[in-house]
Design a protein around this ligand. Structure first.
Ligand SMILES: Cc1cc2nc3c(=O)[nH]c(=O)nc-3n(C[C@H](O)[C@H](O)[C@H](O)COP(=O)(O)OP(=O)(O)OC[C@H]3O[C@@H](n4cnc5c(N)ncnc54)[C@H](O)[C@@H]3O)c2cc1C
Length: 319
């Protein structure tokens, strides 16, 4: 059996979720040969040091100077074919899942995303579904097993012994693949506090009413040195950028306290904030589902309640 694992890198260092994916790949079957592939615009970005794989192939192409998911997928498919890989593994990050989804589409095969365990004898996988609310066991019926590994499902193990051999190759890429790439990066206006790491998050939902309706939420966040979050209803309305979205298809947060203003508490939203130690819900509706998960609640109009909290904090600080 030959496994191929796609590794993501940042500045030449393999990312933690990719190391975890490589660790799971190396545990597949006794004696499976594990190759890794990284995509880079220069061979100088080959990963150095020990890795839990037998060999590393660097797909070198100028297209890989920025994120180009279909191009990476074409390189992975080319190498998998050359190696005769029976299993292709990637990290279960947003980008890892996107690249492997392209690989699956190119090979016309199913992809098991976000796996936490694999019994390789009969291609049985256990994977996270529904925003982490359930685990699914499935058997993948395909000549090549394609999967991504849920971040933190396995501990990354550094490879033992000598670093793997490193080779480079120039993949053949289609025009369509070259057209799909990141051309510009715009920094998120987070006010210096990262949503994923914030100790306090003040979030607004549809109840905020408009883009301007976030002014009191931003004011409270500033007072508490908190990050501002929001629900998908808000990003869909264009009131806030997607980078602010908390939830299954947004950022997963784990603050000391999550202040949810005008958010109903849909399952997909709660999937992103269930790591919060405490939840304070501010909602006009005492029947809102979020109240079932909240530790504290204020029933009222957020446009009155949130400014009142800010005023009380200011008064307490000046007194
Ligand atoms: C595949 C999929 C993925 C999804 N991923 C996400 C995700 O990542 N994140 C996410 O958030 N959603 C996600 N959703 C959408 C989710 O199902 C809900 O539609 C969304 O979370 C609702 O947003 P909301 O709570 O802001 O709006 P609503 O459900 O409309 O709730 C608004 C709340 O505001 C309250 N309210 C109204 N006016 C006021 C006021 N003046 N003061 C106080 N309270 C007020 C109301 O009582 C209500 O509880 C996803 C859905 C799908 C199908």
């Amino acid at each position: 059996m030959t496994a191929l694992v796609y590794l993501e890198q940042t500045d030449g260092a393999v990312d933690e979720p990719s190391l975890q994916a490589a660790t799971m790949a190396s545990s597949l079957g006794g004696g499976a040969e594990v190759h890794a592939v990284v995509a880079a615009d220069t061979a100088a970005l080959a990963p150095a040091g020990p890795l839990p794989v037998d060999a590393v192939q660097v797909a070198v192409h100028e297209a890989f100077g920025s994120y180009a998911p279909l191009a990476v997928a074409e390189a992975v498919v080319e190498l998998a074919g050359r190696l005769g890989a029976t299993c292709v593994v990637g990290p279960g990050t947003e980008r890892g899942n996107e690249v492997l989804a392209h690989v699956a589409a190119l090979l016309d095969l199913p992809l098991a995303a976000n796996c936490v365990a694999v019994a390789d004898a009969d291609a049985r996988v256990t994977r996270v579904r529904w925003g982490g609310s359930l685990l699914e066991e499935a058997r993948v019926d395909a000549p090549t097993l394609l999967l991504t590994v849920q971040p933190h499902a396995v501990a990354a193990e550094p490879g033992a012994g000598d670093p793997p051999s490193v080779e480079t190759f120039t993949p053949t890429l289609s025009d369509a693949a070259l057209a799909l790439r990141v051309v510009e990066r715009v920094g998120a206006a987070t006010g210096g506090v990262s949503l994923a790491d914030a100790r306090v998050v003040v979030s607004g939902g549809r109840g905020a009413g408009s883009e301007e309706g976030f002014a009191p939420i931003e004011e409270l966040a500033e007072l508490l040195e908190a990050a501002v979050g929001c629900s998908r209803a808000v990003t869909m309305a264009g009131w806030r950028p997607h980078t602010d979205q908390v939830g299954q298809t947004g950022t997963k947060i784990a603050p000391e306290i999550y202040i949810a203003c005008g958010i109903s508490g849909a399952t997909q939203h709660m999937a992103g904030c269930k790591g919060a130690k405490r939840i304070l819900a501010i909602n006009a509706d005492r029947e809102a589902p979020i109240l079932q998960s909240a530790d504290y609640a204020v029933i009222g109009d957020l446009h009155e309640v949130v400014p009142a909290i800010s005023a009380a904090i200011r008064a307490a600080r000046s007194g």
